[in-house]
Design a protein around this ligand. Structure first.
Ligand SMILES: [Zn+2]
Length: 221
């Protein structure tokens, strides 16, 4: 099994799986899925950290890859960021980076009020994730006389840039059950692999023996 050398390589493999018929995806070796998961665990948190350091998010502490329940990302206690495995695999570059920035903005604003969207809008430009003429604001809502920027807290005032690839629930389920538990463990699916496989990929990607995986081998402390 080859070692993925970059996040781009991981996401390239995800794009291939998105395009494959489900009957071919069924034949993928579970070890290959685990390899991809471990590579994502290495490279995605590194990218979040780079964004956090370069664009002013000092609260950020650690990123994790989870296989969750339909969310693209989640920010916990304004310092830990969870990114869904399928968001890593099945999105274009703009959508993916915008999810990382969305979660980083939650380290500053733990809500979806206009102040949060304003910061995200600013950071999307600063990082050149969107072109300078991108306008995500839904003016129909924000210009409405009923709109109250003090009390509003929700999604519909700002449009996400980029796109998510159409991948069926069945295909996602086929991939997920190759290495993750059938039922959620706490709130997320837990990778279930042999100790040998864990050891092989732990050392391949340079994780410490005591590396903490939110839904994996060690619970976040
Ligand atoms: Zn959010």
């Amino acid at each position: 099994m080859k070692r993925f050398e970059s996040l781009e390589e991981v996401r390239e493999c995800g794009r291939e799986w998105a395009d494959m018929p489900t009957r071919i995806v069924r034949k993928i070796d579970p070890e290959e899925v685990f390899n991809l998961y471990m590579a994502a665990m290495k490279y995605v948190p590194e990218r979040i950290k780079r964004y956090a350091e370069s664009y002013g998010f000092p609260n950020f502490e650690q990123g994790y890859i989870v296989c969750g329940h339909g969310f693209a990302g989640r920010c916990i206690k304004q310092k830990h960021i969870l990114i869904d495995f399928f968001t890593v695999l099945f999105t274009d570059d703009v959508y993916f980076d915008h999810v990382l920035l969305h979660e980083l903005c939650h380290t500053v604003h733990p809500h979806h009020k206009p102040a949060f969207w304003k910061l995200l809008d600013e950071k999307l430009r600063e990082t050149s994730v969107v072109p300078s003429d991108y306008d995500g604001w839904n003016r129909e809502v924000t210009d409405s006389p009923h709109f109250d920027s003090e009390t509003y807290d929700g999604y519909s005032i700002y449009e996400s840039p980029g796109k998510v690839y159409p991948v069926s629930t069945i295909k996602r389920c086929v991939i997920r059950t190759k290495i993750f538990s059938k039922k959620p463990f706490w709130r997320y699916y837990k990778p279930i692999v042999s100790p040998d496989l864990w050891e092989k990929y732990r050392s391949l990607y340079g994780f410490a023996k005591k590396q903490r995986f939110l839904n994996g081998f060690y619970w976040i402390g």
